[in-house]
Design a protein around this ligand. Structure first.
Ligand code: GLU
Length: 409
């Protein structure tokens, strides 16, 4: 399986050459500035003390404080967190936000942890890295298996430790704890805005058929918003099952089924049953919305979509990427497609610092503005340099990072 940090580095080097970046800038972006390794003591409900391995990687802060989520997953490892942190640096620069890039993770399977145990772990995480996070230092957020509940614990623990009650130390909080309107749906909404902005240029038909891998926050929200926007959601999957229907699925009913049964499986009689069936579905847009390396050498050849919208981080390996390019399948890269989440995080951070509260409509208008601009810029570079949208997005970001670096040396 490909190592995501090696992939992130080669993509930075390749795009750095295209963007005419100087060698020092590229070299600095290929190593994280700081890496924190933690062994977090957590007393389980049984009374047994366990040490949880956890990380915070602070990749780059030339354009602003480190920014990026914290994930809880059994497969978390340092190279994955490094890659995710580097992608955040690129993503915040593509969206032109005044933020850098970072990421965190804890190696646990949260499905086997109680809420009280998760709270002790989350608070322990804050205690273990309290000195290096903060509103103007490093601002965490939700990622895989974390959400407003964990972010609210972070605000509270950080306030207890430092006296800072602004809430700006973390984004993705609940509204009651200083969260922003629209943050929960922002990743999916941002992806949809990008898809709509590029729709004609991509030659997508009216009522284009969409298949979505992953039915967590991003995937299910995307399914809902896309079907409301007139797309036909012809297939979805979660970690265990897949369902498809050529005429389009009833997304609201599917969401209810998932909430009750815990899976999309069994919703209707379905010809596709697994993630790989879903990837091979006859559709116009394929949306990987789960974890990295989902589309790889072993399954990429089966893809029949014209467009891949990367709502997850790093779902397409470099080998699969090359194959899609040869086949003329357009990949809208993660650093553009899923930047809506961190964009509304930036809005939340700004509201916390100024004491403002923006309405849902204000957030949506500003999100559309940021995402449409980013999509246009990436498309222009794609045409100017005749490179893939991924390389174009990296070039847009790297040019901004070079400017920020030059201004300070
Ligand atoms: N975890 C999300 C991402 O990968 C959001 C990060 C944030 O809001 O800081 O983009």
């Amino acid at each position: 399986m490909s190592n995501p940090f090696d992939d992130a580095q080669s993509r930075i080097r390749e795009a750095g050459a295209r963007a005419g970046l100087d060698a020092d800038t590229v070299a600095q972006l290929c190593v994280p500035f700081r890496e924190i390794h933690m062994n977090i003591p957590v007393v389980r409900d049984t009374g047994v003390l366990e040490f949880v391995r956890a990380y915070r990687v602070q990749h780059n802060r030339w354009r602003g404080p480190y920014k990026g989520g914290i994930r809880f997953h059994p497969d978390v490892n340092l190279d994955e967190v490094r890659a995710l942190a580097a992608w955040m640096t690129i993503k915040t620069a593509v969206a032109n936000l005044p933020l850098g890039g970072g990421k965190g993770g804890a190696v646990i399977d949260p499905k086997t942890w109680t809420e009280a145990e998760l709270e002790r772990l989350t608070r322990g995480y804050v205690r273990a890295c309290e000195e290096v996070i903060g509103p103007s230092k490093d601002v965490p957020a939700p990622d895989v298996n974390t959400g407003p509940r964990e972010m609210d614990w972070i605000v509270d623990e950080y306030a207890t430790l430092t006296g800072d009650t602004s809430g700006a130390v973390v984004t993705g909080k609940s509204l009651a704890c200083g969260g922003s309107e629209g943050r929960g749906t922002a990743t999916a909404r941002g992806g949809l805005i990008v898809l709509l902005a590029l729709r004609e240029r991509l030659g997508l038909p009216a009522r284009a058929r969409v298949a979505i891998q992953g039915f967590g926050n991003a995937g299910r929200t995307f399914a809902r918003l896309a079907s409301e926007a007139g797309f036909r959601v012809v297939g979805v999957s979660d970690s265990r099952h897949a369902v498809c229907c050529a005429d389009g699925l009833d997304v609201a009913a599917l969401e209810r089924h998932k909430d009750i049964s815990g899976s999309v499986g069994g919703f209707i009689d379905s010809a596709c049953q697994t993630n790989d069936d879903l990837f091979a579905l006859d559709c116009d847009v394929l949306v990987p919305a789960a974890l990295e390396n989902a589309l790889h050498e072993g399954n990429a050849a089966g893809v029949r979509a014209k467009v891949i919208l990367e709502l997850a981080n790093g779902p397409v390996t470099p080998e699969a990427d090359r194959l899609f390019e040869q086949e003329g399948i357009v990949v809208i890269p993660d650093v553009l497609a899923n930047a809506g989440g961190v964009t509304v995080s930036a809005f939340e951070w700004e509201q916390n610092k100024t004491g403002e509260h923006w309405t849902g409509d204000q957030v949506d208008v500003r999100l559309a503005d940021v995402m449409e601009k980013a999509a246009q810029e990436v498309w222009s570079v794609h045409e100017e340099l005749k490179v893939s949208l991924r390389t174009a997005a990296y070039v847009v970001a790297l040019r901004r990072l070079q400017t920020a670096f030059d201004a300070r040396r």
